[in-house]
Write a protein that binds this ligand. Structure first.
Ligand code: ZN
Length: 103
């Protein structure tokens, strides 16, 4: 059986060892507001449709929704949980006192 490796540090993760899966879903947040131009809506729709047709469907989908999964060792998992956005600070930076959760 092929061994498993930590995707971050490359450490081998033997069968039965402690390992973690980081499941990430990134999706476009729609707040219900469409920024439409005041005039020439038809022209704008045409422009957008043309743009969408020229885009690669895979790229287009990635823009809206993307899912990733990573296998990590305990050490990398701990580091990830401490600083998931790699900002060099904890997961809930101080300041405004805003909630780390959007919804
Ligand atoms: Zn690791």
């Amino acid at each position: 059986m092929a061994g498993q490796y930590c995707l971050r540090c490359g450490k081998r993760l033997p069968e039965g060892s402690l390992k973690y899966v980081v499941d990430i879903r990134v999706y476009a947040d729609f707040d219900g507001v469409l920024n439409l131009p005041e005039e020439d809506i038809e022209e704008e729709v045409h422009r957008l449709m043309g743009k969408i047709e020229r885009m690669d469907p895979g790229e287009l989908e990635k823009d809206v929704y993307q899912e990733m999964a990573f296998l990590l060792c305990k050490g990398c998992r701990d580091r990830f949980v401490e600083d998931p956005l790699s900002r060099g600070e904890g997961p809930y930076p101080g300041g405004e006192g805003s909630s780390p959760f959007i919804h």
